[in-house]
Design a protein around this ligand. Structure first.
Ligand code: DGL
Length: 279
């Protein structure tokens, strides 16, 4: 296994595909002073329907690549990877690679904020099949707030809708309404819903349309960004290693042309992207 000496470098943001771009955008808005590398494993997306072992192995390879590219800190901007791979990477791989490098996920920062949104203590979750089956959200929520009841609905068709640029189409209405109705039929007291997949903010206008107006909808981007800011204030040694200048480099495991076209759905800027091999 490779070892990575600690060094100065950019913040790495990883996702199985494009969804992590919603997290990257918010982090860059909040912390524009740092340099960033985004890596999308577009050749092997989606992760949401894959087994624990496969998600762990794919995520591990991508984190290793981001360390190899010089990132002292990697954010798993993907709920499925955060649910299925983060703990194993932190406990098994980091000690061997370099315990001073850091890997953080998106679930814990989201869960930490949930208390300030819900009054009824009934919360809903939309996420991928993998994230729902992992039960990471209920487990993490109950560690901090044992009184909160959580109901989950897996939405396997939302990621393909977003990736194919169909978020605003009439076809999207059917599947947004379907999963919203499923959630509300499980628990009518829900007053807060977590969008537990980094693609879902692009469906927010439609989700909002079918959810009763009194229900809060939590998108993760700004929460993850604020949490990272706070983390860096508490970890000055790590923060001092982050290079500054606002540069952002994009890497994909799929074709560069495809990435550029699809990234435009998520970002309002043209991106320069480079294809890389993982092994
Ligand atoms: N980005 C992933 C997440 O946040 C969803 C996409 C996938 O299934 O790979 O869960």
């Amino acid at each position: 296994m490779a070892q990575f000496p600690q060094q100065n470098g950019p913040i790495g943001v990883f996702d199985s595909g494009y969804g992590g771009l919603t997290i990257l955008s918010e982090i860059r808005k909040h912390l524009p002073q740092y340099d960033y590398i985004y890596l999308g494993d577009n050749a092997r997306t989606p992760y949401g329907t894959r087994s624990f072992d496969v998600v762990y192995e794919y995520t591990r390879q991508c984190v290793e690549k981001l360390f190899d590219l010089g990132c002292p800190l990697v954010i798993l901007g993907c709920n499925t990877a955060s649910a299925k791979a983060l703990k194993s990477i932190q406990m098994t791989d980091l000690p061997l690679w370099n315990p001073d490098r850091r890997v953080l996920g998106v679930i814990r920062p989201t869960v930490e904020q949930i208390d300030s949104f819900t009054k009824t203590r009934h919360v809903g979750l939309f996420a991928t099949v993998g994230t729902v089956q992992s039960e990471s959200y209920p487990i993490e929520i109950h560690k901090l707030f044992p009184d909160i009841q959580i109901s989950s609905v897996a939405c396997p068709l939302w990621v393909p809708l977003v990736e194919n640029g169909e978020s605003a189409s009439e076809g999207a209405d059917f599947f947004v309404k379907k999963y919203v109705d499923q959630l509300l039929s499980q628990d009518s007291q829900i007053d807060t819903v977590i969008l537990g997949c980094t693609h879902y903010p692009l469906l927010l206008p439609k989700i909002r349309q079918y959810l009763p107006a009194h229900i809060n909808v939590i998108s993760q981007g700004s929460i993850v960004a604020a949490s990272l800011d706070d983390y860096l204030h508490r970890h000055a040694d790590l923060e001092a290693l982050l290079t500054r200048g606002g540069a952002c480099h994009f890497f994909t495991t799929e074709s560069e042309e495809k990435f550029k076209k699809s990234a435009a759905i998520f970002l309002s800027e043209d991106v320069d992207v480079q294809r890389i091999q993982l092994c």
